[in-house]
Ligand binder design. Structure first.
Ligand code: NAP
Length: 281
C-alpha cells in the first residue's frame, strides 16, 4: 500500500508558522491585506476568490475584492494596478488569470509592483526563480509541490525527478526549484517520446497535464514517488488528478491524492507570500 502524502498536513504546518508571524506584525502595527482584482464574473474565478477570502479570514489576513468590468481597457487596468501599488493599506495584489483576451497581459505583468506581486506575474519575480534567488515571490503551484516534498523529508539530492509539464506557471519554475535542491531534473511534454520509459526510471514523478487518470500503473514502479499536480474533471463530473489513483495508489511508494494534495497547499502558499509582502513592504 502506498504512503499517501496529504496536503492538509503541510498546509496546517505552514498556517501555524504564519499565525505567529501575523501576530508579531500586528504588534508593530502592520496588517497584512490582500487586494484581489477580478475582471468579470467567471465562475472559476469567483469560486477561487471565495476560497482565498475564507482562508484569509481564518488566519487573520484582511482581503478586499476589486471587481471590474470584463471590458475594462488595458490602460484603465494599468492605472488601477498603479493605484494599488501605491496604496499603503494593500500589502499584496493578485489578479485572476487568464485576463480577458483584449487585455495586453504583457503590459499588465510589468505594471504590478514586484514587492506586492504574490502570484509571481512580474518578469522580475520569475527571473529570480531562474537565478536561484529566493527573495522574490514564487508561483504558488510549483512551490506547493516543493513544500510537500520538503515536509515529508523526501530526499532530492542526486535523485532523478521527472516533471511532465513545460509551462511557465508550473513545469519550468518547478524544475528550477528542484535543481536548487540538487535533483537531476528531466522535463517532459507532449512531444516527448517513450514517456513511460522515462517516468519508470525516475525516483520522483511530477505530472501536471490536466488530463484525468492519464498515468496508469504502467508509468511507474513500486519505488515511484508521485506528486500529482494535475487537476481536472472526469466525464462523470468528478475531480481527478493526472494519475489513475485507484489503479496506482496501492502500487507505488508514495503518492499525493487529488483532491487533498497539491491543490490544498497552493492557497496557503499564496497567503504565506501575502504575509511576507507585508513584512517586507
Ligand atoms: P498547460 O500550459 O496546458 O500545460 C500542460 C503541459 O502538459 C504542457 O507542457 C503539455 O506539453 C503537457 N502535456 C500535455 N499532454 C501531454 C502528453 N500527452 N504527454 C506529455 N505531456 C503532455 O497547463 P498549466 O497551466 O501548466 O497547468 C497544468 C495543469 O496543472 C493544469 O491543467 C491543472 O490541472 C494543474 N494545476 C494545478 C494547480 C494546483 O493547485 N494543483 C494549479 C494550477 C494548475 P506541451 O508544452 O508540449 O503542450
Amino acid at each position: 500500500m502506498s504512503e499517501v502524502l496529504k496536503g492538509k498536513l503541510v498546509a496546517e504546518k505552514l498556517k501555524e508558522d504564519m499565525k505567529n508571524k501575523i501576530e508579531k506584525l500586528k504588534e508593530i502595527g502592520k496588517h497584512p491585506k490582500l487586494g484581489i482584482v477580478r475582471l468579470g464574473n467567471d465562475p472559476s474565478d469567483v469560486s477561487y476568490e471565495k476560497s482565498i477570502i475564507k482562508n484569509c479570514d481564518a488566519i487573520g489576513i484582511e482581503s478586499e475584492v476589486f471587481e471590474k468590468d470584463a471590458d475594462m481597457t488595458t490602460e484603465a487596468l494599468s492605472q488601477f494596478i498603479s493605484e494599488l501599488n501605491d496604496a499603503d493599506s494593500i500589502s499584496a495584489i493578485i489578479m485572476f488569470r487568464p485576463l480577458p483576451k483584449h487585455i495586453d497581459e504583457e503590459r499588465i505583468r510589468n505594471v504590478i509592483k514586484p514587492s506586492k506581486d504574490v502570484d509571481c506575474m512580474h518578469p522580475l519575480n520569475l527571473a529570480k526563480i531562474f537565478e536561484g534567488d529566493i527573495s522574490g515571490f514564487a508561483p504558488a503551484t510549483p512551490k506547493a509541490a516543493m513544500e510537500i516534498l520538503l515536509y515529508n523529508n523526501i530526499e532530492l539530492e542526486g535523485k532523478n525527478v521527472v516533471v511532465v509539464n513545460r509551462s511557465m506557471v508550473v513545469g519550468k519554475p518547478l524544475a528550477m526549484m528542484l535543481l536548487e535542491n540538487n535533483a537531476t531534473v528531466t522535463i517532459c511534454h507532449s512531444r516527448t517520446k517513450d514517456l513511460k520509459e522515462i517516468t519508470k526510471k525516475a525516483d520522483i514523478v511530477i505530472p501536471a497535464l490536466g488530463k484525468p487518470k492519464f498515468f496508469t500503473k504502467d508509468y511507474f514502479t513500486e519505488d515511484s514517488i508521485i506528486i500529482d499536480v494535475g487537476v481536472s474533471m472526469t466525464e462523470d463530473g468528478k475531480l481527478s488528478g493526472d494519475v489513475d489513483y485507484e489503479n496506482v495508489a496501492n502500487y507505488v511508494k508514495m503518492i499525493t491524492p487529488v483532491p487533498g494534495g497539491v491543490g490544498s497547499v497552493t492557497t496557503t502558499i499564496l497567503l504565506n507570500q501575502v504575509v511576507n509582502a507585508c513584512e517586507n513592504n
